[in-house]
Ligand binder design. Structure first.
Ligand code: GDP
Length: 324
């Protein structure tokens, strides 16, 4: 398919065209990347209409069960849903959080749902950029809600929070765990928190965990004066609380749109992404510069042995990079 055919296909709502465009975005080949960039540029005016939601939580928190239950709820409301992922571990294992076919089986069979596993790539930055660009393609295609899933470890959460309107954190009903959350700084980036598995015998523990998290949130500085991070109890397994979650997202969108913060956040995110792409690409060019690469082993060694100062070594490398 030519880029023009792909663009037309996306306009006409052909899933095959969307999948093909995402494959180009994920490709490492320079000619594919050029075609992907041309497609994105052309489709950019059609983006921006979806609600972008990030979802995180430690493995076992119930992310895939939740996304399936919530996704099915949204479909019932007449919405179209795309699910993407940022999983840096996919570089190591070759698989990914969404790679397993048994996950979200019901949702994956629905015509108004689209599920795409995490791209694999050499850096988290690369993986995240590809997911962000795929997200824009999904918007141009016409999905109402885009869910970006990530694992509750490392910096992938920050990367996902930087591309979505609302970052949702799934917690287990374990009292005490919330302190860990604060330490990791994850709660600081959350716009809403769900205590999942609030069913059966877990219910009292979930209620306690919810209260503790609410208390912890009260002593934290809010991200916006117009938004108090809500804590809700849900059961993804029993499909309970899905309406409450959607209501929370709608309330957020309304409140933030009224004050202009919604658009402001997107504008800021777009500029931040420009910079992170510049940085990624500079880093790549630096490491792949033949003269720099040739110099590196020797320079690194002299820094390690204390023969050259790190500052002098950096200066020499940068000069080599700039000069050639
Ligand atoms: P993920 O690793 O975060 O994607 O978690 P999964 O969705 O795979 O869920 C991990 C386990 O928790 C599975 O055995 C689920 O059936 C179970 N689980 C998920 N949500 C709930 C829930 O709301 N209640 C209960 N009791 N179990 C759940």
């Amino acid at each position: 398919m030519t880029p023009q055919q792909i663009i037309e296909g996306i306009h006409q709502g052909k899933l095959r065209a969307l999948a093909k465009a995402i494959t180009l975005i994920e490709s490492q080949r320079p000619e594919d990347q050029q075609r992907a960039a041309a497609i994105l540029e052309e489709l950019l005016p059609r983006t921006g209409r979806s609600l972008r939601i990030g979802i995180s939580g430690v493995p076992g928190a119930g992310k895939s069960t939740f996304i399936e239950a919530f996704g099915m709820y949204l479909l019932q409301q007449g919405k179209k849903v795309a699910v993407l992922a940022v999983d840096p571990s996919s570089q190591i294992s070759g698989g990914s959080i969404l790679g397993d076919k048994t996950r979200m089986e019901l949702l994956s069979r629905e015509t108004n749902a689209f599920i795409r596993p995490s791209p694999s790539g050499d850096t988290l930055g690369g993986v995240a950029r590809k997911t962000r660009e795929s997200m824009l393609l999904c918007e141009a295609y016409g999905f109402d809600v885009i869910i970006v899933e990530t694992v509750g470890v490392g910096q992938s959460e920050t990367a996902v929070a930087a591309m979505v309107d609302f970052f949702l954190l799934l917690q287990l009903p374990n009292a005490g765990d919330e302190l860990q959350g604060i330490k990791k700084g994850v709660m600081e980036i959350a716009d809403g928190i769900l205590i999942n598995k609030a069913d059966g015998d877990n219910r009292p523990r979930a209620e306690l965990a919810g209260r503790q998290i609410e208390n912890a949130l009260h002593i934290m500085k809010p991200k916006s004066a117009n938004w108090q991070v809500p804590v809700h109890l849900v059961s993804a397994l029993k499909k309970e609380g899905m309406g409450t979650v959607w209501q929370m997202l709608e309330t957020y969108r309304e409140a933030m749109s009224e004050t202009g913060e919604f658009e402001e956040k997107r504008r800021r995110q777009a500029v931040d992404w420009m910079w992170s792409t510049v940085m990624e690409s500079l880093k790549y060019s630096f490491h792949h510069h033949p003269k720099v690469a040739a110099l590196l082993p020797q320079i690194q060694q002299s820094v390690a042995e204390g023969v050259t100062t790190p500052g002098m070594a950096a200066k020499r490398l940068l000069e080599t990079f700039k000069r050639h």
